[in-house]
Design a protein around this ligand. Sequence first.
Ligand code: MN3
Length: 198
Amino acid sequence: MSFTLPELPYSHDALAPFMSRETLEYHHDKHHLAYVNNGNNLLKGTEWEGQSLEEIVKGSFGKNAGLFNNAGQHFNHLHFWNWMKPNGGGAIPSELEKKIIEDLGSVEKMKEDFIQAGVTQFGSGWNWLAVKDGKIVVMKTPNGESPLVHGASPILGCDVWEHSYYIDYRNRRPDYLKAFVENLVNWDYVAELYSKAV
Ligand code: MN3
């Protein structure tokens, strides 16, 4: 298979004022497209050609840095667009909420720890909620890595590369993370991934 850039599941204006049209034009139309194009070029002739995206990401990790970086970022961004929606944040589906409280203490504590993971990811990377050994955990990873290559299944991720927030928030990464959690997260999609991960 080859990688393709999906359409955004909403218009470029739909996430404003928390994420602007200009950010989505650069982030989706240019940055994600570059991962797709570079990934396709680097995949050609490798042992992973013809495998699924997840197999390519896991297989190339630690073996082929160029391919891994681009395939990993393609995987992360495919989900990232769906981890947000207009008028996001708000109520968490009850089964997922129960599990969050059980594993992370409370919804407030989960949000605090998730934001803190993003704030403390030094340089480019991602912060996550993931399912590991049946439990929901908070993680952070550098560059294009994800919980997938660390024995866990990602159910929510926030892109803390500067290209994701610098146009709208400049250097205020904590404000971007707070807006992501309170106003953008599509908890129905998180619950869908959670039910597949357990
Ligand atoms: Mn990005």
